[in-house]
Design a protein around this ligand. Structure first.
Ligand SMILES: Cc1ncc(COP(=O)(O)O)c(C=O)c1O
Length: 397
């Protein structure tokens, strides 16, 4: 090869080659390739036919995305995991592929992430999908919802966004199973550091990888982790629906994953100090944080999360108005007023104009997301600087 090649051929071929024998990289390789060459057509045929492992095309699987999937399945203790281009893409694939498929029914937490609630409401409206909403902290109400009709999936968040309600995963798994349903847990807020829902009986674990798992605010991604059957169905969804996580994103998320435990440990410690500070502040009404003894599910959180409570603190300004909330947001200097969470950087979000914008205002307020409600994601900055920034902004709210 090479001898006698013309330049037009040589530049294409040479750019495909890797130098051999240079030592094993300590960081997983970023294989930024859409297609994969096979020694024979029959071997390619076997990979396409799932008769042997391998890679054929970027939407079917890539070595770098597979490295992330293997890591996440191992961390969550599931048979498999499939990564998607965002948390919403992962949830959509699971809800349509496993929950609502063939007329299945979903019972979902009423205060799930606002866009997931909006997605489920849209499916109910456009496709007459059978979706019921319930308060999952009321076990009797969940039982009644499951008794009402055969249900395929009970869908909850282990710590809900943004009310930070804590769900009893073991109790809900037992209840779902006694009704022939699967329990799917969106564990984005808790992250694998606080809990592994599979160990508590959940069938499926979902994360927006955009949040704690990546943690650097520079990539979006999502994962569905579960049984081999669920993984197979999710793989098929990503092939046909096209929402697979590309390799560069997966490589960055693997980079973030390596410091997950360190970050969440520090964020949980700072968040507890900040929540305690806010609870005693004259400008603050209610504080939602599972680590505070006043939180309605504090005992459950202590048992389920092993002494850490995560990096998100939500609170309601005493004034409880949009004007006060906007003054507060505009007065922050260190903390970013930005629509995400789980990053190295502290961020504050006003759900009424962002994550819960599509939820009817009456329903939003009924859930407790009133006009002075803000959500703070605590980063890894020094907590005293964060408290000073909050105090300064509160004094102007
Ligand atoms: C709990 C939860 N699940 C899912 C999502 C959706 O994830 P993504 O923004 O990566 O699509 C979010 C986003 O904020 C979330 O908070």
């Amino acid at each position: 090869m090479g001898e006698g090649e013309r330049l037009g051929t040589r530049v294409v071929r040479a750019a495909r080659s890797l130098p051999a024998g240079a030592g094993d990289p300590v960081v997983p390789a970023l294989v930024q390739s859409v297609a994969f060459d096979h020694p024979s057509a029959s071997e390619q045929d076997a990979v396409f036919g799932n008769e042997r492992p391998g890679y054929v095309y970027g939407r079917y699987g890539t070595p770098t995305t597979a490295a992330l999937e293997t890591a996440l399945a191992e961390i969550e203790g599931t048979d498999g995991a499939v990564c998607f281009a965002s948390g919403m893409a992962a949830i959509h694939a699971y809800v349509t592929g496993c929950g609502l498929r063939d007329g299945g029914r979903i019972v979902a937490q009423e205060d799930v992430y606002g866009q997931v609630r909006a997605m489920l409401e849209r499916m109910r409206g456009e496709q007459a999908a059978d979706v019921a909403f319930v308060d999952p902290t009321d076990i009797a109400a969940v039982g009644t919802a499951l008794d009402a009709a055969p249900t395929r999936v009970l869908y909850v968040e282990s710590i809900s966004n943004p009310l930070l309600r804590v769900t009893d995963v073991a109790a809900l798994a037992a209840l779902a199973h006694s009704h022939g349903a699967s329990l799917a847990v969106d564990a984005t807020f808790a992250s694998p550091v606080l809990t592994r829902p599979r160990d508590l009986g959940a069938d499926v674990v979902i994360h927006s990888l955009t949040k704690y798992v990546n943690g650097h605010g520079d990539v979006m991604g999502g994962v569905v982790a579960g049984t081999a059957d669920v993984a197979r169905e999710m793989r098929d969804r990503s092939i046909l629906d096209g929402g697979y996580l590309p390799p560069h994103e997966a490589w960055l998320i693997l980079r973030g994953l390596r410091t997950l435990e360190l970050r969440v440990a520090r964020q949980s410690e700072s968040a507890l100090a900040i929540a305690s500070h806010l609870a005693a502040h004259t400008k603050v009404g209610r504080v939602h944080y599972p680590g505070l003894p006043t939180h309605p599910q504090h005992a459950l959180a202590a048992r389920q999360f092993g002494g850490r409570y995560g990096g998100v603190v939500s609170f309601v300004l005493r004034a409880d108005t949009k004007e006060a909330a906007f003054r507060f947001l505009d007065s922050l200097e260190l903390i970013a007023s930005a629509t995400t969470l789980g990053d190295l950087y502290s961020e504050v979000l006003y759900p009424a104009i962002s994550s819960h914008r599509r939820i009817a205002p009456e329903e939003r307020r009924r859930l407790g997301i009133t006009d002075g409600f803000v959500r703070l994601s605590v980063g890894i900055e020094d907590k005293d600087d964060l408290i000073a920034d909050l105090d300064r902004a509160l004094s102007r709210a």
